[in-house]
Design a binder for this molecule. Structure first.
Ligand SMILES: [Zn+2]
Length: 228
């Protein structure tokens, strides 16, 4: 199963432009991972697998954060404030969570359970794209494989990408303190994290069809090598 948390730059009308200038919105691509939605659509089609794609911009609420994380509703981006997200009441935070965050996570869980019923074992890949340069740091790798409990799976992806001529780094340029599927600690749903990897494609690869094909083959090969 595939997911795409940062597929969309959609900001619901009720938020206007979140008080941001047109320039600022363009700079941050309205909160979209550039190229991630296309990559996700391609992979879901070619793998013929289940996929859940988020339709809300991370500028409104970030599906790739836990509900209790500070950056869940970001107050800054690229060094500039997001005025519409500053000084929110607890009630407004909760309203956003219920309206624009929880339905997506429920859809993820529903899809994972469906996949498990169909196939017995589930492999879960969250598809993202990262900027080549971020806060003065250059990301050299073509792909970043972020894995916590799924760290046994990540080397399979890494090896296959390398064989196709692409570089991949595991738990770089960042790592997650908690895990990919955001469920409460001790929940039975945590089992899905044991075979979950978050994949970041470097934005410089977004027009490279061979890179997308290499990832497709890496996912396919990883699942085939680990399916009981
Ligand atoms: Zn992302």
């Amino acid at each position: 199963m595939l997911s795409c948390e940062h597929a969309s730059g959609e900001i619901p009308d009720e938020f206007g432009d979140l008080g941001m200038t047109e320039e600022h919105l363009t700079e941050c691509a309205r909160g979209k991972d550039q190229g991630a939605a296309d990559l996700f659509d391609y992979l879901v089609r070619e793998l013929d697998c289940l996929g859940v794609r988020n339709g809300i911009s991370r500028l409104v609420i970030d599906a790739n954060r836990y509900e209790d994380q500070d950056e869940l509703i970001p107050t800054r981006w690229g060094g500039k404030e997001i005025p519409g997200n500053i000084g929110l009441s607890d009630a407004e935070r909760m309203r956003r969570i219920e309206l624009y965050y929880r339905p997506y996570h429920q859809a993820l869980v529903d899809s994972l359970l469906k996949c498990e019923t169909l196939h017995g074992k589930v492999f879960f890949f969250a598809i993202h794209a990262m900027a080549e340069q971020f806060e003065g740091q250059v990301r050299e790798m073509d792909f970043a494989l972020i894995a916590n409990r799924g760290r046994e799976l990540a080397p399979f992806l890494e090896e296959r990408l390398r064989t196709s001529g692409y570089t991949a780094a595991i738990n770089q340029p960042y790592h997650l303190e908690r895990d990919i599927l955001r469920v409460s600690v001790g929940s039975e749903l945590e089992r899905f994290n044991e075979t979950a990897v978050l994949i970041e494609m470097n934005e410089r690869c977004r027009a490279d069809d061979r890179a997308k094909e290499a990832l497709l083959n890496a996912i396919r090969g990883t699942v085939e090598a680990n399916y009981p």
